[in-house]
Design a protein around this ligand. Structure first.
Ligand SMILES: [Zn+2]
Length: 198
């Protein structure tokens, strides 16, 4: 079911965690001391490279759908849909947000996933074409990786962009809030507050 995009959607904590037993704090301390270090899940802050906007340098692109609404309501909650505010979206240059390698290409939806190491990935969807689909090929931050289009969203060309973490690229994937080196920090973003980024 699609959520409306008219109001900000934020995670709501409905109740405080409660201590079920009197010895819970000790149990938690032991967990923190001995178990947690063995798990070594990278946090987004540790794993994330500095991201560049995936749109052409200096060209205004408008966010038409943000977080937690419309089609962005599952693992891909922290996604952006972008259209060219200054010209044609169809055929617009899509750039690699960070140095990485081509992880996958899905022709039916025009989706490229780039791997940036440390289990951090970026995804670019609905593209009409890809410069290369060769798995493992290195791409430099800012390099053209393809052209925007309307695959799997026929008649509604836009670039869907998601950054996510995943153990070795396997499911489940977990999208992360976006921050771009051009000066956009988007901890929460919804379509009702549309902005143009460049
Ligand atoms: Zn989207």
């Amino acid at each position: 079911m699609r959520r409306p995009c008219m109001t900000p959607v934020r995670p709501v904590r409905t109740s405080r965690p409660r201590a079920a037993h009197s010895f819970a704090p000790l149990w938690l301390v032991l967990l923190a001391l001995f178990v947690a270090p063995l798990l070594s899940f990278p946090t987004p802050a540790q794993a994330a490279p500095a991201l560049m906007l995936p749109t052409p340098a200096g060209q205004g692109w408008k966010i038409i759908q943000g977080y937690g609404c419309g089609t962005h309501n599952a693992w891909d909650r922290y996604s952006l849909d972008l259209v060219n505010a200054e010209g044609s979206t169809y055929g617009g240059t899509v750039r690699a947000s960070a140095d990485g390698t081509i992880w996958s290409w899905t022709p039916s939806s025009g989706t490229i996933v780039l791997s940036h190491g440390n289990d951090f990935f970026t995804m670019y969807t609905h593209m009409q074409s890809a410069v290369s689909t060769e798995r493992g090929k290195f791409v430099r931050q800012g390099a053209k990786i393809g052209e925007a289009g309307d695959r799997e969203t026929v008649g509604n060309p836009h670039l869907h962009f998601t950054a996510f973490t995943s153990k070795g690229g396997r499911q489940p994937w977990q999208s992360v809030p976006l921050k771009f080196i051009e000066g956009y920090d988007l901890p929460e973003w919804v379509a009702a507050i549309s902005i143009t980024v460049k």
